[in-house]
Design a protein around this ligand. Structure first.
Ligand code: UD1
Length: 436
């Protein structure tokens, strides 16, 4: 358990080298667990990441009467939903808790769920979720930090729903409610992220008939029987894989990233290959060699899948610091996801500006210092910056990293990084892995 005083001590200036095995997807499992809640019986998720966001899910499920039993990379779900009201205790910890609106509405036709938490990366409205509910005849209001929803008629009728933006969470909520509606629902301009496909595969195994997941038009036909939980293997975490890809490239290292689905990473692979990094794509791994490369500047625009993921944008920003020339970074998904740049300026980064096209001058020398990460990707991007900087850095915000990265420090140590978890200043080392 990381405290506010916990930090990572990083000794920078060393190229990463070796192999890293990618865990199951955080964003997928956070959608698969709510999907499991629609069924009866027992279901097992394998290749589950061991992260604190899953612990938060366990707390939420406990409040509605469902058991989540975690054992290493296996998560078992059993029990039936008994309650349709959630407290703030666990919901406030993660963004994906807003999927319990869909779960409880599918089951009971009414729900009271606090506004969800998650990363502080700007305003994160839920108007598209509420629009989806409205289409099914559900009235919603936000009162004192709680979203209160009630169906005007239940069970629901299938609907044609056009999303003004392909929101991942709103697409997932639409799939959950549609699974309990009578007749077909069609979602137009649906999110196409691999996590949507993963959720559709699980719901289909439970008895729903979903086609088109992974395209902008998803069709959902409910089952005429009760949904029964199924066993399912969580897809590999494309965002964790992308993180290590950028880290290996930015440190001019070499290595193999294993247990991935390469098609999920096409945008990042293309950007780094075009920048001069040698990347060989195998069936379920990537071989990266950035030794002796002159890295060309990059032009990034974060977009919905299959565009470049906003979650990898902070790593692209840090990578740009090592490129020969000026890179441009644009994030239209989370336009306020640039907090990492303020911290990087403490390391000596100069000549940067946050605008619709953030410019980052390359070939900059960073010096190790004390840094504070306030969301998952930001905190990890600061570790990445510390790895390319000269000297020692302290990166605070370990609790954010543990939310989404399974065995992060151990994996970095296996790649030769000198990173140690410290629980308080300056001598109390709680984990120290030897460099391999
Ligand atoms: C999911 C991912 C997150 C990723 C994001 C975009 C999970 C747990 N999280 O978050 O890691 O960064 O997709 O790929 O899966 N929006 C609205 N109104 C809404 C909903 C969204 O305006 O009702 C906006 C958001 O403010 C944001 C954009 O749409 O600017 C994307 O949000 P969305 O796709 O919903 O992301 P999440 O599901 O929250």
């Amino acid at each position: 358990m990381a405290t506010n005083e916990s930090y990572l001590r990083v000794n920078g200036g060393k190229a990463l080298k070796g192999e890293v095995e990618i865990s199951g997807s955080k964003n997928s499992i956070l959608a698969l667990i709510p999907a499991m809640c629609l069924g009866d019986g027992e279901g097992v998720l394998t290749n589950a990441p061991v992260i604190s966001d899953v612990d938060a899910m366990k707390g939420i499920l406990g409040e509605i009467g469902i058991q989540l039993i975690c054992n290493h990379s296996t998560v078992k779900i059993k029990g039936n939903i008994k309650y349709n009201v959630l407290s703030k205790q666990y919901v406030s910890q993660i963004r994906a808790s807003n999927l319990f609106l869909g779960v409880l509405l599918a089951k009971f036709g009414k729900a009271v769920v606090p506004l969800s938490g998650g990363d502080k990366i700007g305003n994160r409205p839920i108007d598209i979720h509420l629009y989806v509910f409205e289409k099914f005849g559900i009235q919603s209001e936000v009162v004192d930090g709680y979203v209160k929803c009630k169906a005007t008629h239940f069970p629901y009728q299938g609907q044609n729903i056009f999303l003004r933006f392909p929101s991942v969470g709103a697409t997932e909520n639409a799939m959950l409610v549609a699974s309990a509606a009578e007749g077909e629902t069609v979602i137009y301009n649906a999110a196409m992220e691999p996590e949507i496909v993963d959720m559709a595969i699980l719901l289909n195994s439970m008895g729903v008939k979903i086609t088109g997941a992974g395209t902008p038009v998803i069709r959902i036909k409910p089952s005429d029987k009760r949904l029964i939980r199924a066993d399912h293997e969580v897809i590999p975490d494309r965002l964790e894989a992308g993180t290590f890809l950028f880290m290996l490239a930015a440190t001019k290292g070499t290595g193999i990233i294993k247990n991935i689905i390469p098609e999920h990473l096409v945008s990042a692979i293309t950007i780094l290959s075009d920048s001069g990094v040698s990347i060989k794509t195998m069936e379920n791994s990537l071989h990266i060699d950035a030794r002796n490369c002159e890295l060309k500047p990059i032009q990034i625009e974060a977009l919905p899948f299959p565009g470049f993921p906003t979650d990898l944008q902070p790593f692209a920003s840090v990578y740009a610091l090592n490129c020969n020339g000026t890179s441009t970074i644009k994030d239209t998904i989370h336009s306020e996801r640039f907090n990492h740049l303020h911290e990087l300026s403490k390391m000596g980064m100069v000549n940067w500006s946050i605008s619709s096209n953030t410019m980052i001058q390359g070939m900059q020398k960073l010096t190790g210092t004390s840094l504070n990460g306030t969301d998952i990707r930001m905190a990890v991007s600061l570790v990445m910056a510390a790895l390319i900087a000269e000297g020692e850095s302290r990166v605070y915000g370990l609790n954010h990293i543990l939310r989404g990265y399974d065995n992060f420090v151990q994996k970095l140590n296996k790649l030769g990084a000198e990173v140690v978890i410290m629980d308080k200043e300056p001598y109390d080392i709680i984990v120290q892995m030897q460099c391999m």
